[in-house]
Design a protein around this ligand. Sequence first.
Ligand SMILES: [Zn+2]
Ligand SMILES: [Zn+2]
Length: 335
Amino acid sequence: MKFTRRQFLRISAGAFGTMVAADATTGMELDMGSARATKTQGSGTQLVLLGTGTPQPDPDRSGPATAVVVNGSAYLVDFGPGVVRRAAAAFRDKGVRALEPINLRVVFVTHLHSDHTAGYPDLILTPWVMGRQVALEVYGPKGIKSMTEHILTAYQEDIKIRTDGMEHASKEGYKVNTHEIHAGVVYKDALVTVTAFPTKHGEWQETYGYRFDTADRSIVISGDTTPTQATIDACHGCDILLHEALTMKFLARPGRPNPQGFDIRAYAAKYHTTTVQLADLANKAKPGLLILYHNPITLRPALYPFASTPEDLLQEIKSAGYNGKVVVGRDLDIY
Ligand SMILES: [Zn+2]
Ligand SMILES: [Zn+2]
């Protein structure tokens, strides 16, 4: 199933059909040629990496959160811990005005795992306290409505004090309009069309990746998933594919912290994508640029000598036969 961009935009809900796991492929031709990111800051569509981390509370990498910025409007995908402060950093340090927290208004969530949603109360409340006057619009799988209602209930005393007390906070800006979605086009305005596609993430019943189509770019964000045909079809020569990946080094390390004692390799096979699998997927999806995120790596190898590094990630994916452009995403990178 292959689509041109125009055809892709016509896909109706559910058209991706059954998910098919891509086979891991090894032994492909080794290509260690260098890849360079093409940064296009300042004009048209920008992809801003707000958080590239994992559940680990790594001070160098915030929880998963990504922004697509189109002509001054921001669209977020996921709200891991730290999302609002990273958005503020993108505004203050990188000049992305659309990410000034008060401007955060439209959000898509891939799934409800806590590492992707622990920043939700922050995203609802902080921009409102800073002056947002309109409700947040949130799109995501079944369950996002209930999570939202519970968060608002948990903060009802705060909301009451701020609206009825001396702060005179907006009586609209803390509200959330939730949209429980299905695969297909889930959002469209003058700047962007957003298409959700099903991903496959262990026991979760409903998880999504998202494709953004704007006047100048197509960007696909995987969320957490095993390799699926739906992701390949969603990209199909897209400009950027932002995809998760576990390193083989991480999975092979015998002494990795795992106090719960679960079988990390069996878990990975059901929930995530390895570098080897991603090399195969990306060779089929053919993105202009593959960006890796949500990886179990450290940016301080001197402190964690057994941990995977960004260099390990690139080495593994290239050794597995991917010869397209590939980079390791870091917080506050702009592409
Ligand atoms: Zn997850
Ligand atoms: Zn995750």
